[in-house]
Design a protein around this ligand. Structure first.
Ligand SMILES: Nc1ncnc2c1ncn2[C@@H]1O[C@H](COP(=O)(O)OP(=O)(O)OP(=O)(O)O)[C@@H](O)[C@H]1O
Ligand SMILES: [Mg+2]
Length: 355
């Protein structure tokens, strides 16, 4: 077990201000190699919670354990426990590029391993590995971090944390302020870190689509407590629960839900993008082909003879392409081509394995 918090309370207090309870009794365990998202409204305690995962904040009450070490238990080795926790659990703050400071990218990424007292060969090996993991060209090492784009600076900051070789990477709103391509490539980076380096990923995010792509488990916070904790497919498809936490379901989930409500045989509980795509590709066989598409010219949508599993799909067919059929027919047309079909099957296989 990597991180466990028990009965965790955190009260912020400063002179002249009323104490503010940010965490009010949180119990949570996150294991090695998990992909977890922490979501919830502004002020619900997400950032406060994750700063406890490596001992950056001290609990007002409760316990924090990293790999079974009780971080705050009294004892002469407490500093050692805290240092060890910070090595094992890497925390990437919001807008981490604001903390870059060195003259070169290389020196910035090397800062933490040098602080560990490692020899320069080991430092160099770690810097190279971390830069490769985040997809930064080694030539950038000589540049000033401040000459890079926002997305590249964020990668430098993440590489600086990865150079500690943590087993868990915790990122607080890592895509905030990035453009859509930057967001997408950061999501890919997180999935790659998990897949290739086996690192557990904990993502604090307000973006349900991003969470659907990254997380297999979702923890919802509200008023300093955990409101829900479960598989992404359960939490992200529970519209009432999401609404209570001021979140909307992912767009893909709404799409599958609308199709399912019309009797198209899709599983509306898919949220991971590859799994959603596989559902849509499979469902294309039950939707009308657009006139003029390859499938339409052939006279029937692929798989059309197998009759819809639910009557309502028949309704969709009769209403024709002018209404619901336009997009769906296009999908059916793609399904009719050899390459589209093969891709669909591969995606279906991947989706099933992952979700
Ligand atoms: N340094 C601080 N001093 C005093 N109060 C704080 C401090 N940091 C956070 N708080 C308060 O603690 C509560 C929880 O804040 P926290 O930043 O953990 O929420 P959050 O879920 O991360 O919110 P957001 O989505 O806006 O980032 C809020 O009421 C906040 O105002
Ligand atoms: Mg926050």
């Amino acid at each position: 077990m990597a991180v466990r918090v028990e009965g965790l309370h955190h009260v912020y207090g400063s002179a002249g201000f009323a104490p503010r309870a940010a965490l009010r009794g949180v119990d949570l365990a996150i294991g090695d190699g998990e992909r977890v998202a922490i979501m919830g409204p502004t002020g619900s305690g997400k950032s406060t919670l994750v700063q406890h995962f490596n001992g950056l904040l001290r609990p007002t009450r409760g316990r924090v354990e990293v790999d079974g070490m009780d971080l705050w238990a009294p004892g002469r080795d407490r500093d050692h426990r805290l240092a060890e926790a910070r090595r094992r659990v890497g925390l990437v703050f919001q807008f981490p590029e604001q903390q870059l400071f060195a003259d070169t990218v290389w020196d910035d990424v090397a800062f933490a391993p040098r602080n560990l007292g490692l020899d320069e060969d080991e430092v160099a090996a770690r810097v190279e590995r971390a830069m490769a993991l985040v997809g930064l060209d080694p030539d950038l090492g000589r540049r000033s971090p401040f000459s890079l784009s926002g997305g590249q600076m964020r990668r430098v900051a993440i590489a600086g944390v990865l150079a500690m070789m943590p087993r868990m990477l915790v990122l607080d709103e890592p895509t905030a302020g990035l453009d859509p391509r930057g967001r997408e490539s950061l999501v890919e980076l997180l999935l790659r870190l998990h897949r290739e380096a086996g690192i557990a990923v904990v993502l604090v995010s307000h973006d349900v689509d991003e969470v659907a792509a990254v997380a297999e488990r979702v923890v919802l916070m509200r008023d300093g407590r955990i409101a829900a904790d479960g598989p992404a497919a359960d939490v992200l498809t529970d519209a009432a629960l999401l609404a209570r936490c001021r979140l909307n379901p992912p767009a893909t989930g709404r799409l599958l839900g609308a199709l399912a409500a019309r009797g198209v045989p899709v599983n509306p509980r898919r949220v991971q993008p590859d799994a959603v795509e596989a559902e849509l590709v499979a469902a294309a066989a039950y939707l009308p082909a657009a006139p003029g598409s390859a499938a339409g010219r052939a006279g029937a949508p692929p798989g059309g003879d197998q009759a819809p599993r639910h009557g309502a799909a028949e309704d969709v067919r009769h209403r024709g392409p002018a209404e619901d059929g336009r997009d769906a027919g296009g999908a059916a047309g793609h399904g009719g081509t050899g390459s589209g079909d093969g891709r669909g099957r591969r995606q279906a296989g991947r989706g099933e394995a992952r979700s």
